[in-house]
Design a protein around this ligand. Structure first.
Ligand code: ADP
Length: 508
C-alpha cells in the first residue's frame, strides 16, 4: 500500500476530517496542510487520511487513483468494505477512504452537519486505523484532530495496539473545544468500543450529562500528547468559564497538555505570488496593494472615488463565537466613520444567515458596504489584499488564522483580546508592549464601546498619519507567520513522546 519512510525522520500519520484546499470548512483544513507540509520539509514522512467526500475539490488532487486492495472495517456488528484511494494534495500523500456502507456516509454534498455525524466519523476513525493495520504501517505518531477523529485514541489503545498496530504514540489536537461531538453512550458501541468500560467519569463520560459519551474527553484521556492551537486558549480552557465542561479533565491531564500557536501556509498566503490577485505585491511595493483595492471596489461595484477612504474587511464563518453582533455593529460604525466595509461570510445557523441576508439586501446597491454571504476562496484572497483593516471581534478564538493572513497582506487587524488573537495581535498604542511587536488594534470588552475604541483609533491613525500607517503595514507584512517555529514545537513533542516510549520498552 504505497510508501514507507525513507528519511531518518519520523513517520507521522494525520487522521482528519478536513484538509485545505480539497476539503476545507475552516482553520482545521489549513492546519492539516500547513503543519503537514512544514513537518515534511523538516524531513518527516507525513501521510494524511481523509474521508472521500463527494463534495471535495477533485481538481486540486494530483494523481488520484484507487488502490487494488479493499479494507474491511467493523461497524454495528459486521464488516464493511472500504475502497481506498490515494493522491497528492499540496505535495502531501493522502489516503481517501470511501466506505461501502448503505448510509453513504460521505456522499452528502457537505462535510458536516448531518444528523448522523457521530456515526459517520466514528466509522471513519475505525476504518483509518484498519487501513494502517492492514497496510502494515509502523508510524511513530498518529495525530488526530478534533472530535471527528478523537475516536482514534481509545480505538488505538483498546483495539488496535493489541492487534499489532503498536508502534505509535497518539497526539490529539483540539482546534475548538466548543465542538465535542457528544452522543448517547450506547452509540459508541457501533465502532466496537466497550461502552461499559468507557462510560466512566475518568474515561469518556461527559462531565455534565452522564448518559452521554464525549469523544474529545476520550481523546484527552487516551492520547499521549494533547495540544490546542494557542497558549492563551490553552490557559482559557483550563478555567470553568472557558473549558466548555472539560476544564477539570484538562487540569487533571495538564502534564501532557500544551498550546502551540498555529502558523499559516506562506506558499498559499503570499501576496508576492498569489495568482488570485489582480496584481501581486510585496512590502516594498504598496502600489500593488492599492491596485488590488481599486480592482475589488470595481468588482463589487463599490465607490472608488476616494483612494484614501479606508476599506475594512471581514472574512469569517458567521457563528456566535465570531461575535456576529459586533461584526454587524462594525459595519454600521465603519459607515459612520466614512469608511467602506466588505464582509465575506456564511452561516450554518439559519437565523444568523437570515439576519445577514437582511443586511446584505439593505445595502444591495450601496456605495460603501457589500456583504457576500457564501464561501469563496478566490474572493477571500482579493479581500485580504484590498482591505486596509481587518476586523475579528471574536467572543473566543482558539487561534484564528485570518488575523495572520490579513497582516501578511498588509491589512491591519482589529481584534478582541482572546485566545490566539491575544497571542498574535498587539495594540499599536500599548506602551507596555515593545514597539517592534505592536502590529494592530485590540480591545477587551466584547461590546460595542470596546469595538469602537479600537476601530476608531485605527481609523484615526489611517486618516491622520498615512506615513506611519504605511510603516505599520510594511512591518506587518514582514512578520513571519510561517509554520516553521510551530512545526518545530510539534516535532519536539513527538520526539520526546517517542523517546519516552522507547525508554519504557527497553526497561521492560
Ligand atoms: P475557523 O476555523 O474558526 O473558521 P480560522 O480563523 O481559524 O477560523 O480560519 C478561517 C479560515 O477560513 C481562513 O483561511 C479564512 O480565510 C477562511 N474563510 C472563512 N470564511 C470564509 C468564506 N466565507 N470564504 C472563504 N474563506 C473563508
Amino acid at each position: 500500500l504505497t510508501s514507507s519512510p525513507t528519511s531518518s525522520g519520523m513517520h507521522v500519520i494525520f487522521i482528519a476530517a478536513e484538509m485545505a484546499p480539497v476539503a476545507k470548512v475552516g482553520g482545521l483544513g489549513d492546519v492539516i496542510t500547513g503543519l503537514g507540509k512544514a513537518l515534511q520539509k523538516r524531513g518527516h514522512l507525513v501521510e494524511i487520511i481523509l474521508p472521500k467526500y463527494d463534495c471535495m475539490q477533485y481538481g486540486r488532487i494530483q494523481e488520484l487513483r484507487a488502490l487494488d486492495v479493499v479494507v474491511e472495517s467493523y461497524f454495528d456488528g459486521r464488516l464493511f468494505k472500504n475502497k481506498v484511494w490515494v493522491g497528492t494534495v499540496e505535495g502531501l500523500p493522502v489516503y481517501f477512504i470511501e466506505p461501502h456502507h448503505p448510509d453513504k456516509f460521505f456522499w452528502r454534498e457537505q462535510f458536516y452537519g448531518e444528523h448522523d455525524d457521530f456515526k459517520r466519523f466514528s466509522f471513519f476513525s475505525r476504518a483509518a486505523l484498519e487501513l494502517l493495520l492492514q497496510a502494515g504501517k509502523k508510524p511513530d505518531i498518529i495525530h488526530c484532530h478534533d472530535w471527528q477523529t478523537a475516536f482514534v485514541a481509545p480505538l488505538y489503545w483498546d483495539l488496535y495496539a493489541p492487534k499489532g498496530l503498536n508502534s505509535a504514540r497518539i497526539c490529539f489536537t483540539c482546534h475548538n473545544f466548543e465542538y465535542q461531538g457528544t452522543a448517547q453512550a450506547s452509540e459508541l458501541a457501533s465502532c466496537g468500543l466497550d461502552v461499559q468500560q468507557l462510560n466512566r467519569p475518568d474515561r469518556m463520560q461527559d462531565n455534565s450529562a452522564h448518559d452521554r459519551i464525549n469523544p474529545v474527553k476520550g481523546a484527552i484521556v487516551f492520547s499521549n500528547i494533547v495540544t490546542t492551537v494557542s497558549p492563551s486558549y490553552a490557559q482559557e480552557v483550563r478555567t470553568s468559564e472557558g473549558g466548555k465542561g472539560l476544564h477539570s479533565t484538562l487540569n487533571f491531564h495538564s502534564k501532557k497538555f500544551v498550546g502551540i500557536l498555529n502558523g499559516i501556509d506562506t506558499d498559499i498566503w503570499n501576496p508576492a505570488i498569489d495568482t488570485f490577485l489582480k496584481v501581486q505585491y510585496n512590502a516594498n511595493d504598496l502600489k500593488g496593494k492599492a491596485e488590488n483595492k481599486v480592482a475589488l471596489r470595481r468588482h463589487l461595484a463599490l465607490s472608488f472615488a476616494d483612494s484614501k477612504q479606508p476599506l475594512v474587511g471581514c472574512i469569517t464563518r458567521l457563528v456566535p463565537q465570531k461575535g456576529v453582533h459586533l461584526i454587524r455593529h462594525a459595519i454600521y460604525r465603519t459607515l459612520e466613520l466614512g469608511g467602506q466595509f466588505v464582509l465575506l461570510g456564511s452561516s450554518p445557523v439559519p437565523h444568523i444567515q437570515r439576519e445577514f441576508e437582511g443586511i446584505a439586501n439593505h445595502f444591495e446597491n450601496h456605495d460603501h458596504i457589500r456583504l457576500i454571504l457564501k464561501y469563496d476562496e478566490s474572493l477571500s484572497h482579493s479581500i485580504y489584499a484590498a482591505s486596509d483593516m481587518f476586523i475579528i471581534p471574536s467572543i473566543f478564538e482558539p487561534c484564528g488564522l485570518t488575523q495572520m493572513i490579513a497582516m501578511r497582506y498588509g491589512s491591519i487587524p482589529i481584534a478582541r483580546k482572546t485566545g490566539g488573537l491575544n497571542d498574535s495581535v498587539f495594540d499599536f498604542d500599548d506602551d507596555t508592549i515593545p514597539l517592534q511587536f505592536r502590529n494592530g488594534y485590540t480591545f477587551l470588552n466584547p461590546d460595542e464601546q470596546g469595538l469602537n475604541g479600537a476601530l476608531d483609533r485605527a481609523y484615526n491613525h489611517y486618516k491622520s498619519n498615512p506615513e506611519s500607517w504605511n510603516q505599520l503595514v510594511q512591518k506587518d507584512m514582514s512578520i513571519d507567520w510561517s509554520w516553521d517555529s510551530s512545526a518545530l514545537q510539534y516535532e519536539e513533542l513527538y520526539a520526546k513522546s517517542v523517546a519516552r516510549a522507547r525508554a519504557a520498552t527497553s526497561r521492560a
